[in-house]
Write a new protein. Structure first.
Length: 113
């Protein structure tokens, strides 16, 4: 019981450092930009570190195929690829910021992992 209390007090002592790290993380999330594509570039999706889709481009070639089901599959595949890449970049940024701030993050605590 006293061990947990000591750990909690240690976290409170580092609160300013934690707050600064969180602000830096929020800033970095907005700067992350990744792309996912499907169908040899027929659909290209861009996502940010906040796991938001910021852009979706569908090529003329894909539109000419006039296959709604295939297009839906391509969009889903491109979105999934972009999200996977974004989660990977967020995890890297989280680890980097935590290390720089001296905050231990166990592997299970990494976003996207």
């Amino acid at each position: 019981m006293f061990k947990e209390l000591g750990q909690a007090m240690g976290m409170l002592k580092n609160l300013p450092k934690l707050q600064a790290a969180m602000q830096e993380m929020q800033q970095r999330l907005g700067q992350i930009s990744v792309e996912g594509n499907a169908g040899a570039g027929m659909v290209v999706v861009t996502a940010n570190g906040r796991l938001e889709i910021t852009r979706c481009v569908i090529s003329e070639e894909a539109m000419k195929l006039n296959d709604r089901e295939m297009l839906a599959d391509l969009v889903a595949a491109a979105v999934n690829m972009a999200m996977a890449k974004a989660r990977e970049e967020v995890a890297k940024a989280s680890q980097s910021i935590a290390q720089d701030a001296g905050i231990p993050l166990p592997p299970g605590m990494m976003p996207g992992m």
